[in-house]
Design a protein around this ligand. Structure first.
Ligand SMILES: CC(C)(COP(=O)(O)OP(=O)(O)OC[C@H]1O[C@@H](n2cnc3c(N)ncnc32)[C@H](O)[C@@H]1OP(=O)(O)O)[C@@H](O)C(=O)NCCC(=O)NCCS
Length: 163
């Protein structure tokens, strides 16, 4: 069973382990140390207070397998962008797809968002499938949206769902 709960600072070690995977080639978040991850998690309380980000840990049969979060648009607080990652050992089991369904309920019912976006590098077919399977609509390409691991700015697909 896939469940979400708010992230805890004590998740740092597990997130560090999951994120330090050379096969995360299309993902631009990689903490250098566990202390960096702790510092990042410690800021979650302020992010929620400011309503800028809501970050959740993904549990699969009660084990920590990844994370999903929504970043609220600074100018338009009814728009959010979702991001997620899953431990490679658990890929292709439908976990990210289910996690998006769960965060979508929070976005709609608690955060009162009316538009949710998901952006992924053009090559990130697995992430694209997650958006597609959740009935997000491909709206186009956002040019030079994300800095790739090679330092170059990369284009992304923009998927979105509106309520
Ligand atoms: C993207 C990611 C979160 C998907 O997580 P997941 O739990 O494996 O996703 P799901 O199992 O729900 O769905 C994955 C789908 O992609 C498909 N897929 C996987 N790799 C693929 C590939 N190389 N090409 C095409 N489809 C692929 C799977 O077959 C599955 O689709 P299906 O159910 O139709 O068979 C995971 O691969 C990941 O953490 N990647 C690294 C971080 C990242 O890129 N995050 C997203 C940033 S936008």
């Amino acid at each position: 069973m896939v469940e979400l709960r708010l992230q805890k600072v004590s998740d740092a070690e597990r997130f560090f382990e999951i994120l330090n995977n050379p096969n995360f080639i299309y993902f631009d978040v990689q903490p250098a140390t566990i202390e960096d991850e702790v510092a990042w998690l410690e800021q979650n309380a302020q992010r929620m207070k400011d309503n800028t980000q809501w970050n959740y840990t993904i549990l699969y049969d009660e084990a920590i397998v990844g994370a999903i979060g929504v970043q609220i648009n600074y100018h338009r607080n009814y728009i959010g962008e979702i991001g997620y990652f899953i431990d490679e050992k658990y890929w292709n089991l439908g976990i990210a797809t289910q996690a998006v369904k769960l965060i979508e309920e929070i976005c709609r019912n608690e955060l009162k968002l009316t538009r949710i976006e998901i952006a992924m590098l053009l090559e990130n077919s697995a992430s694209e499938r997650v958006a597609f399977k959740n009935n997000y609509l491909k709206e186009g390409i956002q040019r030079k949206l994300i800095k790739g691991k090679d330092g170059q700015m990369k284009d992304c697909y923009l998927y979105a769902k509106v309520f």
